[in-house]
Design a protein around this ligand. Structure first.
Ligand code: SAM
Ligand code: SF4
Length: 468
């Protein structure tokens, strides 16, 4: 069977996991566009269905296999009608469990790890020729970025841009170093070119991404190595790019130059996701985090000194092997001390092949559940308090599109809070608005300032800001 070349083939992508997977899914769609694949909103009757998976916590493979079961029937229907649906599994579950996928679901056509999606066109062609699955799970990460097309579908007003991949830190609990490979940073010139392209396509806010984004060390022409701070300073000069963010950072790589960038760059938004995982030094050692609770608190203090309106988010794990009640209490104390605007917390889930999975002293499920609930109750109260403290305050907002109700717009605050208000404002408008009401996961705002949102608009922070 040869690859048919109709003008438009329907491609449905389902994405699980973090923003890096969202970015990857977009780039896979870009790679497939020259073959005639255009996005579809449902897998029904699609010519290709791509499942982009995440392996970070448990149940990833169960979710995948139950989804594959549903798709198998659709694939059979399509074949009965004389067509073909290519089924592809990408991402970290594909990387970690490729052989099991083809054994348990032999109707899957393609299995590709996170570093091989630039090879998709060739893999699709091979799938049309071959019987059996085509599998690519190497780690040629440098080739991947070099081989991606310059053309990319617009992401909209807010865009992601992956600048770094992989991780060499080997935290006891985490699969990332095994599924995404060693740390790799893209060259600054390629990042800046992509950022300019995103802005030309309408992006006003860019979030640069990496598993350890602040370990970024991109090689500039002449062999100079740029850290994240240098890269952000350069990106802040791009005309029309009003807002910058970066995620996910590691406390160990929060250097003085990056903290200074928070002081110096108004377009670097005053909100930072900085995972700490635990407030107990004993646990941080067991987790191989390479920092203590005090190290983390020192970084937080320095950041707040540099940018007083900075608000923080973090990640916490409840019930890592060996965690005692005292360790858990230390985590609650750290949360109280910092005060987070928002945070993620997870019950420890053993990931096959990681040191913590085979460690002694696994914590009882019921204990993990209770500790997680205690962490989440405290974080929820802090988030509610942060949102309530915004009521009555004025802030710069970025309109992201229409809201859910007629006459409503949706927007984003500097602290990444979802906003909504009434009025006909175009996506990309930067406005001054006052917060009128706080809801559990969003804020209502009333626009006070006109749209000043030419690309030249200054993003100088206003004096009146919500306290972190
Ligand atoms: N690189 C980031 C860092 O150093 O913290 C985090 C990346 S990881 C993809 C996102 C979050 O998932 C981690 O911060 C951690 O809280 C959580 N996580 C990772 N492995 C986990 C596991 N085995 N069980 C529970 N949570 C886990
Ligand atoms: Fe995983 Fe982050 Fe630790 Fe790397 S630094 S092993 S990505 S938790």
């Amino acid at each position: 069977m040869t690859e048919p070349t109709p003008a438009r083939k329907r491609l449905f992508i389902r994405t699980w996991g973090c923003q890096m997977n969202v970015y990857d899914s977009g780039r896979m769609a870009d790679v497939l566009a020259p073959l005639g694949y255009a996005p579809a909103d449902s897998p029904d009757g699609a010519d290709m269905v791509l499942l982009n998976t995440c392996h970070i916590r448990e149940k990833a493979s169960e979710k995948l296999f139950s989804e594959l079961g549903r798709l198998r029937a659709m694939k059979a229907d399509k074949e009965r009608d004389g067509g073909r649906m290519i089924l592809a599994v990408a991402g970290c579950v594909a990387q970690a469990e490729g052989a099991e996928i083809t054994a348990r679901a032999p109707y899957v056509d393609l299995v590709l790890g996170p570093q091989t999606y630039h090879r998709l066109p060739e893999m699709v062609a091979r799938a049309h020729r071959a019987a059996g699955a085509v599998i690519e799970t190497d780690f040629p990460v440098d080739q991947k970025f070099d081989s991606l097309p310059d053309e990319a579908a617009p992401q909209g007003v807010t865009a992601f841009l992956t600048i770094q991949e992989g991780c060499d830190k080997f935290c006891s609990f985490c699969v990332v170093p095994y599924t995404r490979g060693a740390e790799f940073s893209r060259a600054p010139a390629a990042v800046i070119a992509e950022a300019r392209r995103l802005v030309a396509q309408g992006a006003r806010e860019i979030t640069v991404l990496g598993q350890n984004v602040n370990a970024y060390h991109g090689e500039a022409p002449g062999g100079a190595v740029w850290g994240l701070a240098r890269l952000l300073r350069e990106m802040a000069e791009i005309p029309g790019l009003a807002r910058l963010r970066y995620t996910t950072s590691h406390p160990r790589d929060m250097g003085a130059d990056l903290i200074a960038a928070h002081r110096d760059l108004p377009s670097l938004m005053p909100f930072l996701h900085l995972p700490v995982q635990s407030g107990s030094d004993r646990m941080l050692r067991a987790m191989n985090r390479g920092h203590t609770a005090d190290d983390f608190l020192r970084v937080v203090d320095q950041l707040r000194e540099a940018r007083p309106d900075l608000a923080l988010s973090s990640d916490f794990i409840a019930g890592h092997p060996g965690e005692s009640e005292d360790d858990h209490a230390a985590t609650l104390r750290l949360i109280e001390r910092v005060g987070f605007a928002q945070a993620y917390s997870f019950k420890y889930s053993p990931r096959p092949g990681t040191p913590a999975a085979s460690a002694d002293l696994q914590v009882d499920e019921a204990v993990k559940d209770r500790r997680l609930q205690e962490i989440q109750a405290l974080l929820r109260a802090q988030q509610d308090g942060f949102n309530r403290a915004c009521v009555g305050r004025a802030m710069d907002i970025l309109v992201t599109g229409p809201g859910r109700h007629p006459g409503q717009f949706a927007a984003r605050s500097p602290w990444l809070q979802p906003l909504h208000g009434m009025g006909a404002f175009a996506a990309g408008s930067l406005l001054c608005a006052r917060v009128t009401e706080a809801h559990p996961n969003s804020l209502s705002v009333q626009v006070e300032g006109n749209d000043l949102a030419g690309p030249e608009l200054s993003t100088e922070p206003r004096q009146e800001k919500a306290a972190a």
